[in-house]
Design a protein around this ligand. Structure first.
Ligand code: GLC
Length: 647
């Protein structure tokens, strides 16, 4: 059961699409809807807290503090309170199981029993918000009800589930072509290549650098004939440059955010000084979405939205007023940029002016909405779209990636924690920079990371300028990388089907063990094993130097060992077991009485993969497979057919 409580005058966030009944007096919880708004509740000794989407630390959020305030900080330490997205939904699992969603574009602080005395306190400086309280039979049931009111996930095309290679620093069409050719020559499957800011003319959105990419339309077409899609990055800021048609039109129509004095706000990002489109207005979103025609006319059908928290390097205002760091002490992020966010303004549909600080957390998600709605008008097929910044609701328009992580074992583990937490908040199509963005990935880390990414919808290897080159073929024995990535392609009949089914029925695709094995106290607390769809459990190796790991099986399962050539299936009893996993192998489990359809052969790209020619692994008798052409917009569960296992 879901009830809405409206406090003050909430600003529209677009997160909830369903009608939810308004509640009367709030029971069981303490709520103070004056300024600051606070909500508090008491936890039982064994209660766990799930949710909060893109936040650091484990799957159980209890014991720490978090902050919803979208922020660009590449140093993902455990202590960092907020990341690029704000996902204000959590579930308490325990004595009294319930979910709470704090729907507000403003900054929200979550104290999840950091003092250890069993108190949860949620506070928000702005009192205007909608609070949704969800009662359910168990934590998974609560999440499913929540997913039911925020609308279905974005549906990417099949090729977006292939392997993608990306790097900040690819300078030209020739360089990207060489990367592609190398993958093809070594038989490493590949579906897309990302074009970071260097494809643009001086980092200006909706332009192409004609020297580096002299014949873009032809280039896009050539790559497509090789089964490869190109995915350009698009940043939030529009360069201040009279003569640029996008800039000129934005100025003329008053589409940019303004400063205190009402002039267009200026912020420095990659292209130099820019203005930020005021995505809070429908007219501006429509205009921004139309600009993607520049790319779709080139034949492009994949897009990567970035810097949309928005990230700000500097502002004129800050340059004038800032004191040197030493004088200011060392402010904890994101305090540093708060002055910037307070210094620029949006105009809401009703004409009210609000500072970005007051509505900060929906900005990036509304950029995704603008692009998604624009692309829906421009293309008659599905497209890839993923963004860095997000708010709940943006999952209907695009996926997300988890930003500028690093090549560390800690961040690999974080990737595992993020996936179920993001799924609980609607973001099914997500993934991390495989191998890590900052720092230098060694061979072992990249192979182990790929073995996790095989199971995440977005499987993209991305790294930063100046770091060690991270393409698989740069490492010793590229055939080992080919072996791991090939598993993704063999598993696509299952992964694609499970993703589409989960998205269409507004369910999760990657779940914590707790949700799959209700009543199993060990499973409830396990954080380094996950469920992927209805049949697969994964237990990835996440430690440097480890030859394998300990795995907990709540029920008898089929252990599947993939060695790059074939699947070796053996029965595995319930309980704890030690497994050995060589670097070029992947072990996963198929749940009791379940099946996993796998493609009979791997392929260079999804264009060459036959998702209907499958073998069925596991001990089940039937599997319901979702299948379509991979790009139709007309997706429905009616496209499922039942595959029977010949016994
Ligand atoms: C940001 C993005 C990163 C990208 C870089 C250059 O840091 O998060 O993925 O490579 O900008 O565009």
């Amino acid at each position: 059961m879901i009830t809405r409580y409206t406090c003050g005058t909430p600003v529209e966030t677009y997160a909830v699409t369903a009608d939810v009944p308004e509640g009367g007096a709030l029971q069981h919880f303490s709520l103070d809807s004056r300024e600051p708004f606070t909500f508090s509740c008491r936890l039982g000794a064994d209660d766990l807290i799930f949710g909060l989407g893109e936040t650091m630390r484990g799957i159980n959020k209890r014991g720490f503090r978090y902050l919803s305030f979208n922020y660009d900080d590449p140093y993902h330490k455990d202590e960092m309170p907020s990341m690029y997205g704000s996902h204000n939904f959590f579930v308490v699992d325990g004595d009294r199981t319930f979910g709470a969603f704090f729907d507000t574009p403003a900054r929200v602080a979550f104290d999840m029993d950091s003092a250890g005395d069993g108190t949860v306190t949620v506070s928000c400086e702005a009192p205007g918000l909608c609070l949704y309280l969800i009662d359910g039979t168990d934590a998974y049931n609560v999440v499913k009800q929540f997913l039911g009111i925020i609308g279905p996930s974005f549906l990417p095309p099949l090729w977006a589930f292939g392997y993608g290679q990306s790097r900040w620093g690819y300078k030209s069409d020739k360089e990207i072509r060489r990367v592609a050719d190398k993958h093809r020559a070594l038989g490493i499957p590949l579906d897309y290549l990302c074009m970071d800011i260097d494809y643009m003319d001086r980092y200006i959105d909706f332009t192409v650098n004609g020297h580096r990419f002299p014949a873009m339309t032809q280039y896009v077409e050539d790559m497509k004939t090789k089964g490869l899609h190109l995915v350009p990055i698009v940043d939030a800021g529009i360069k201040i440059e009279p003569g640029n048609p996008v800039y000129d039109e934005g100025i003329q129509k008053g589409y940019f955010c303004t400063n205190r004095e009402g002039e267009n706000f200026q912020a420095e990002v990659w292209p130099g000084m820019t203005h930020f489109p005021d995505f809070l207005r429908a007219e501006v979103r429509e205009w921004f979405g139309e600009q993607y025609k520049f790319y779709t006319d080139l034949g492009l059908d994949g897009f990567w939205n970035d810097m949309n928290e928005p990230a700000i390097f500097s502002t004129e205002y800050r340059a004038k007023t800032a004191k040197p760091d030493a004088e200011r002490g060392d402010p904890v992020q994101p305090e540093r940029h708060i002055a910037d966010f307070k210094d620029f303004f949006h105009r809401l549909e009703d004409g009210t002016r609000v500072s970005n600080y007051e509505v900060h957390n929906i900005y990036g998600g509304l950029m995704t909405r603008a692009s998604g709605e624009g692309l829906d008008r421009l293309l008659d097929r599905r497209y890839l779209l993923f963004s860095r910044s997000s708010y709940i609701g943006a999952h209907r328009y695009g996926g997300i990636w988890t930003g500028d992580n690093a090549s560390t074992w800690h961040m690999l583990r974080q990737n595992v924690y993020h996936m179920p937490s993001l799924n609980m908040c609607g973001f099914l199509f997500s993934g991390a920079d495989t191998g890590g963005f900052g720092g230098n990935a060694g061979r072992e880390l990249l192979l182990r990371w790929l073995a996790v990414s095989v199971f995440t919808p977005l499987m993209r290897n991305h790294s930063a300028l100046g770091t060690r080159r991270q393409e698989c073929y740069r490492y010793q024995n590229p055939e080992d990388f080919k072996a791991v990535i090939s598993l993704r392609y063999r598993l696509l009949p299952y992964l694609y089907s499970e993703f589409m089914k989960a998205a269409l029925r507004q369910d999760m695709f990657i779940l914590p063990m707790a949700f799959g094995f209700l009543g199993d106290e060990t499973a409830r607390r396990i954080e380094d094993q996950l469920l992927v769809g209805e049949s697969i459990m994964i237990a990835p190796v996440l430690e440097k130097g480890a030859m394998g790991r300990k795995v907990y099986l709540p029920e008898p399962m089929t252990e599947v060992r993939w060695d790059g050539e074939e699947f070796r299936c053996t029965g595995a009893d319930a309980g704890t077991r030690e497994i050995t996993v060589p670097l070029n192998e992947v072990v996963f489990y198929i749940r009791k009485d379940c099946l996993v359809p796998v493609a009979k052969t791997t392929a260079a790209s999804t264009a060459e993969l036959d998702l209907s020619d499958v073998e069925l692994l596991g001990t089940g008798t039937a599997y319901r497979q979702y299948l379509d052409d991979g790009y139709t917009k007309d997706c429905s569960l009616e496209r499922c057919t039942v595959l029977q296992k010949d016994l």
